[in-house]
Write a protein that binds this ligand. Structure first.
Ligand code: HEM
Ligand code: HEM
Ligand code: SF4
Ligand code: SF4
Length: 389
């Protein structure tokens, strides 16, 4: 309450022509500042879950700033609607303040902790350099042992990289990435202490994550991209990316079952389940990231934190490269370019796995956790007892 009074005094001083107050000390403080203004205004109440969650609070300590930042979908609606947005002296920019805190959530909860600093480096250049470096290393290894140049092998991938070698290289890195993400999000969850999740809360949160409900702007017409118009393009391109990824994951899982349970070895026929799933997923992972990149380049500059552009683009580029090289490998698996393409695909996949826990991919787990907390919280009575949402 004291901060609200301080804000009112600041507003009066600003109206009287005084110089603006000193900028907030941290990104979390800036979230607290803007949300205290929003809490007095409440114009945006219907846009997304952030505003009803906000009205359950009077103050916004760091843990709440991290929760609400990951609940914000960066749709931009509250920025375009806001009468206090820049150039107003209050400078209320909720999506940007939230974006800054999100990057700090990932770094603060990273496991092992010192690797949290990698988020600052997980940009486009790092992603491309890592993919190119790893692909080059694998190509070189093949050239040295004489398997880079070969007659068509009818898609016999294991003649190039034995199955055991691939599993030995990829399984530990993938499991490490899953463990790092899991431990990070568990730390976040403990700091939030949200209480137990009922089946209804779990169902609702899963639905909100899978449908990306809060990219619909609260009215179903979508979010703002470059201007005041609402569009569903971002939500749709994200769906294509996300479900494309799930299909590729399903393809790999089915292929693993084929290999270990039935003893059926790759290459699989073009009409087989893994190849059909992988091809559909791969096409999704070309269209989705390309569309998101296009929208990213056009978005209103106030929505985003420019310093984080690289984080978004690094993931977009890796997803595109992994699927483009995978599809090229599929198309040319019966030619003498197979070994080269396999090495390049595996280099890109390894770069993706390595950056998974320390790049933009982390948003998936923290966002799901924030959505689940919201579904739990909104079933609990408000601590303020000011009435229902
Ligand atoms: C269910 C979990 C997920 C949720 C709730 C979710 C939600 C979101 C939201 C709200 C954004 C826009 C704000 C931001 O940039 O952070 C976003 C961006 C993005 N997501 Fe996800 N996501 C999920 C999983 C995934 C997965 C699995 C992938 C990739 C395989 C992915 C790829 C991306 C990319 C590349 C962007 C940046 C796109 C841009 O330029 O806006 N997401 N996600
Ligand atoms: C464990 C790591 C991986 C290995 C060993 C691997 C290996 C392969 C191989 C051998 C092929 C050729 C399949 C064929 O022609 O029948 C392929 C294709 C493909 N890969 Fe990967 N890959 C891996 C991970 C990924 C990931 C994580 C993605 C996407 C995010 C991906 C996307 C694709 C796509 C889209 C294709 C073409 C469609 C298909 O054949 O299924 N791969 N991959
Ligand atoms: S973003 Fe602006 S208009 Fe919306 S609630 Fe906050 S202060 Fe009010
Ligand atoms: S940017 Fe969109 S999702 Fe984020 S707080 Fe504003 S309205 Fe909600």
């Amino acid at each position: 309450m004291q901060r609200l009074e301080a804000l009112a005094r600041e507003a009066q001083a600003l109206a009287g022509g005084a110089a603006a107050a000193a900028p907030p000390a941290s990104a979390e403080d800036e979230v607290a500042r803007v949300l205290e203004i929003c809490n007095a205004c409440r114009y945006c109440e219907g846009f997304c879950a952030v505003f009803p969650a906000m009205t359950r609070r009077l103050a916004f300590p760091a843990a709440d700033a991290h929760y609400l930042a990951n609940l914000c979908h960066n749709c931009g609606a509250c920025l375009h609607a806001c009468q206090y947005a820049p150039p107003h002296a209050f400078g209320v920019n909720v999506p940007r303040a939230m974006a800054r805190v999100r990057a700090r959530t990932y770094a603060a909860h990273a496991w092992p902790r010192p690797l949290g600093r990698l988020y600052e480096r997980a940009g486009l250049a790092t992603a491309l350099a890592l993919a190119a470096g790893l692909a080059f290393f694998l190509v070189l290894a093949l050239a040295r042992n004489g398997t880079l140049r070969h007659a068509p092998l009818a898609g016999d991938f294991y003649a190039v990289f034995p199955h055991g070698l691939m599993v030995g290289l990829f399984a530990p890195v993938f499991l490490f990435a899953c463990a790092a993400l899991g431990i990070g999000v568990a730390r976040f969850w403990r700091g939030q202490a949200p209480g137990a999740a009922s089946p209804a809360a779990l169902r609702e949160a899963a639905g909100n994550a899978l449908r990306l409900t809060y990219l619909d702007g609260g009215h179903g017409d979508g979010c703002n991209d470059e201007d005041d118009r609402f569009t569903l393009r971002r939500r749709r391109f994200h769906h294509v990316t996300f479900y494309g990824f799930l299909l590729c994951f399903a393809a790999t899982s089915v292929a693993t079952v084929y290999h270990y349970v039935f003893g059926w070895q790759a290459p699989y026929a073009l009409s087989s389940v893994p190849v059909v799933l992988g091809t559909l997923g791969g096409i999704g992972l070309l269209i989705g990231p390309a569309g998101l990149w296009w929208l990213h380049a056009r978005r209103h500059p106030l929505h985003r934190e420019r310093a984080q552009d690289g984080l978004d683009r690094g993931l977009l580029a890796l997803l595109f490269l992994v699927s483009a090289t995978g599809l090229a490998l599929l198309a040319l698996r019966d030619t003498s370019a197979m070994a080269l393409l396999l090495a390049v695909h595996l280099g890109c996949v390894m770069a993706f796995f390595l950056t998974m826990p320390y790049g933009k991919f982390a948003h998936a787990v923290y966002r799901v956790a924030a959505l689940l907390k919201w579904s739990i919280e909104r079933r609990q009575p408000s601590r303020l007892m000011l009435g229902p949402e």
